[in-house]
Design a binder for this molecule. Sequence first.
Ligand code: SF4
Length: 151
Amino acid sequence: MLKYIPSLTDIVLEEIPHRVTLAVEVSNCQGNCPGCHSPFLREDIGEELTPARIDFLIEDNYGVNCFLFLGEGKDRQALLSLARHIRKAHPSLEIALYTGRDSVEPEYDTLFDYIKVGPYIQSLGPLNEPTTNQRLFYHGKDITPTFWRKK
Ligand code: SF4
């Protein structure tokens, strides 16, 4: 089961370049980032993110063209299953994942259009800092510098 924080669900414009993205904050984070910016996301809180809930969220936010999982939670099969659902039920949407891991399994590349990898390290900064250790890939291509040109 994957859980998310309903009150934090939002449309975001910065996280994925050139996309209107519906983002859900996933709890039960298994990461241990130094300087974690959202420690509450390590807790077992929130509500279950089901296919039906995702359908509702997408229909309730007409016009979005990307769905972003902010975190992986602790149930990998549930995450991958939800990504497959979005691909099948909402083929016009792209799918994105922010993970705190340094790398992901090859299977992820077939399910997610965008994958951000790397733990958050406060001294190196987030994705929009050229010093960052984090990387955003689009179909395997590193597009992290896109964020730097905006600064
Ligand atoms: S990925 Fe890292 S920064 Fe994000 S919630 Fe988990 S531990 Fe915190």
